[in-house]
Design a protein around this ligand. Structure first.
Ligand code: AMP
Ligand code: MN
Ligand code: MN
Length: 326
């Protein structure tokens, strides 16, 4: 008997082989898994001789430009794309909103292949390849490429390894399953530079990034019981330090790493009307549920939401929701 996963893999294979002229999109402010998964799907379609365009609402992080054809991911905020696509592949997007403005390039009635690993995924695709226990979307793509009988090479192996490495925090988080380690082991056999990628993606910091971290930590706050810790970053902080948006990645781990803290939060002011909140849990609190109550989503230990309002009005609301889960 076919498992659900095998059936979804077969349906995805059919979607990719039976159609052509695809649009590949990932979520706004793409992370390592989002970028890698976009490129891995592009690589897969190239193997099939298909035509495709890769896009994102904004730029991809500078430090990921080493990846195979990374420069071909169009930044729609600077490069307009004047056509629409009937076949779209969404990677690493828990819900339709996560694709941001790229949806303007979806034709009316476009058929969607939704490849993702968030437990909060609402199956918005025409075809859904959603595996909540997968550590990264890259893990699912590793399986899909194998399912399709394609032989990996170093370039796609490097992309897939990047997705696994970043979404498992360097193979340390609780999602680092035996399957992840087996896949990573296989990818290393294709010549992936594991230590080099760890150095580049997890160790190295730019000076503005370090300055931003210092500045943010200066404003660290804790609840009286020491169970919730948070920091916030405003546009002013970015300007003062010369840091860019992607430099905020990872800051949320610091409040979470304090002994006794159950939930670490990072509030990033997007503009006067909206704040992005990143949530990390030590394990007791399901932050995906907290994020969902604000229209966001994610995983039990790592989740996020974009909330309308000012920083001062949002912080107490989020703290209250977290407290209820404690
Ligand atoms: P972040 O805090 O942005 O690093 O995101 C942590 C996790 O939550 C990642 O798996 C994200 O994909 C997910 N996530 C972040 N923001 C949202 C959102 N607005 N909606 C759904 N999932 C989100
Ligand atoms: Mn992601
Ligand atoms: Mn992911």
């Amino acid at each position: 008997m076919q498992t659900t996963y095998e059936r979804e893999l077969s349906q995805s294979k059919e979607f990719l082989t039976q159609n052509d002229h695809f649009l590949i999109v990932s979520h706004v402010q793409p992370d390592g898994d989002a970028v890698s998964s976009t490129l891995a799907v592009g690589w897969l379609l190239s193997c099939l001789g298909k035509k495709f365009v890769m896009v994102n609402e904004g730029p991809i992080p500078k430090r990921m430009r080493y990846l195979w054809h990374a420069e071909e991911i169009l930044d729609l905020s600077v490069t307009p794309l004047d056509r629409q696509f009937d076949h779209v592949i969404c990677v690493d997007c828990a819900d339709f909103k996560r694709v941001g403005t790229t949806h303007e390039r979806f034709a009316e009635g476009a058929r969607l292949l939704n490849i993702d690993h968030h437990p909060t995924n609402d199956h918005y695709g025409t075809v859904n390849l959603v595996v909540p226990h997968a550590a990264a979307t890259a893990e699912i793509l590793f399986d899909l490429i194998n399912h399709m009988g394609l032989e990996l090479d170093e370039s796609v192996a490097t992309a897939l390894y990047t997705g696994l490495l970043t979404d498992t925090g360097g193979f340390r988080y609780s999602n680092t399953s035996p399957k992840v380690m087996a896949a990573a082991s296989k990818l290393l056999e294709y010549g992936v530079d594991g230590p080099g990628l760890s150095e580049l993606l997890l160790e190295q910091m730019t000076l503005p990034q370090l300055r931003l971290l210092t500045r943010a930590l200066n404003g660290l706050e804790l609840t009286e019981d020491g169970k919730i810790g948070w920091v916030s970053v405003t546009d002013e902080d970015l300007k003062a330090t010369g840091a860019v948006h992607e430099d905020m990645e990872g800051i949320v781990n610091y409040p979470r790493n304090i002994q006794g803290v159950e939930v670490g939060l990072l509030f990033k002011v997007i503009n006067e009307q909206a704040v992005k909140v990143s949530m990390r849990s030590a394990g007791k609190v399901d932050v995906a549920r907290v994020a969902q109550s604000f229209g966001g989503g994610g995983h039990v230990r790592a989740a996020g939401a974009r909330i309308e309002g000012t920083l001062n009005s949002i912080i107490p609301r989020v703290l209250e929701q977290v407290r209820q889960q404690l």
